[in-house]
Structure formats: C-alpha cells, structure tokens
Design a protein around this ligand. Structure first.
Ligand SMILES: Cc1cc2nc3c(=O)[nH]c(=O)nc-3n(C[C@H](O)[C@H](O)[C@H](O)COP(=O)(O)O)c2cc1C
Length: 218
C-alpha cells in the first residue's frame, strides 16, 4: 500500500518559493499526497468553546464532528512535509493556529497513568521546508519548535529541515540559491527516481514532459 503523505502548505504567495522547494522534496518521496493549503482552510485559533467541544468529541469516541478533523488527519499520516516561509523570525501565524488544532490529547498525544506524555502519531518522519529573505539566526523559533513538538508530543521520531536562505538580500542570486536547495533535496531525500504527484496543484518541480507516474533522473 502506498504511503500517505500529508503536505501542510503554510505559504500564502501564488509563486511561493517555499512551496516550490517543498514540491521538489515531495518529488523524491513515493506515496499519495494530501495537499493541505492552510490559507484555503477554515482554521481558527482554539478558543474556550473549541476546547470544550473537542474534549467532548474525544471522550465520545464515535463523534463525526469536524472538530477533530485536522488532528485525526495529522495522526494518520505516514509522512509529513511542512512548507513554511520564514516570517518574523518564525513562521506564519496560521501554522501556529493549525498546530493548536492538531495538538489534541487523545488524538495526537496522550498521557500514561504515571503522567508521562507519549505520542499517538503514525508518521515516521516530518520534513520542515523553509525559505528566508535573510539568514535564519535562531532556528529554535521555527524548525526547532516543530521538532520539539514532534519529539515531546506527537511521537514522530525523525525530523529534518531543508532551507534556502538569503533570497531577498541585495547582490544574491535567489534562483541560484533556490536551485542549490532543490539539488540538495535530491541528494538528501532522493533515490534516483522522481515521483509525480497529481494532487499537487503547482507541481513545478516535476518534469513537464511527464508521460507516466515515475521518472528517472539522468
Ligand atoms: C510578513 C513577512 C515576514 C518576513 N520575515 C522575515 C524574517 O524575519 N527574516 C527573514 O530573513 N525574512 C523574512 N521575510 C522574507 C521571507 O522569508 C522570504 O521572502 C521568503 O522567501 C518568502 O517565502 P515565499 O516565497 O514562500 O513566500 C518575511 C517576509 C514576509 C512577507
């Protein structure tokens, strides 16, 4: 059975370079991609009402409400790729809102009787993809934070990050920097095969003369 890959897209620009880099990563991973474009979703910060409702949904067990849909989808993914541009030393606030919606006790994490936290997520790996206008001076506000959640809450054992930096600096060549990061994606995540994912609406990274599902490099 094919791997179920959740692509969490926190990019707002139509020609987002972060999304382009993430799609390059995805082109090296075999599986069925679910493209979750956060800016197209009805995502709201978790307020008192939402906390009460989701507690009721978790304890009822058979609830069909939408309240837990993001958390259940996140917990069920085999592999997760996040695309998040570097904003204000961190990432867009909508990604934080999404994180609030998926970090649900009884769905993505739980406690033992001794009060120890353990993860309930199936994913073996999460890849965090970012691009930055300048340099990422402290990764703990972005990738580091997501990695901590994976380790302490979700139980996702492997996290990796790929980042293209200095894209907006005067004198730099953003296309060249991005291409270097795309090539790095191939070296780090590739096995010599390019996979085409029809589910991606902007699959620029995959060769345009595609005639089947799988394309060999070289
Ligand atoms: C609201 C906003 C905040 C940003 N904050 C930072 C920042 O703190 N540090 C930085 O190096 N670049 C910052 N940038 C520049 C972006 O990181 C950079 O242009 C990035 O490549 C945008 O990704 P995209 O092409 O996927 O939209 C910011 C851009 C925007 C629009």
């Amino acid at each position: 059975m094919k791997k179920n890959i959740l692509f969490i897209d926190a990019c707002t620009r139509k020609d987002s370079r972060t999304r382009r880099l993430a799609e390059a990563v995805l082109s090296h991973i075999d599986g069925v991609v679910t493209h979750l474009k956060l800016y197209d979703e009805s995502l709201y910060p978790v307020d008192e009402n939402a906390v009460v409702q989701r507690e009721q949904c978790v304890s009822c067990g058979s609830c069909e409400s939408d309240q837990l849909k993001y958390a259940k989808q996140f917990a069920a993914a085999d592999e997760i790729v996040i695309a998040a541009p570097h904003w204000d030393l961190s990432f867009p606030s909508l990604l934080k809102v999404y994180i609030e919606n998926v970090t649900v006790i009884g769905v993505t994490f739980a406690y033992t009787e001794q009060g120890e936290l353990y993860g309930l997520c199936k994913a073996e790996r999460l890849i965090y993809v970012a691009t930055a206008g300048g340099r990422i001076l402290d990764e703990s506000f972005g990738y580091g934070y997501v990695r901590a959640l994976c380790r302490r809450f979700y139980g996702i054992p492997v996290t990796e990050s790929l980042c293209a930096q200095k894209l907006d600096l005067v004198g730099e060549n953003p296309e060249e920097i991005l291409q270097e990061a795309i090539d790095e994606a191939g070296r780090r995540f590739g096995d010599g095969i390019l996979y085409e994912h029809d589910e991606l609406r902007n699959a620029e990274a995959v060769s345009s003369d595609a005639d089947g599902q799988i394309h060999r490099l070289n």
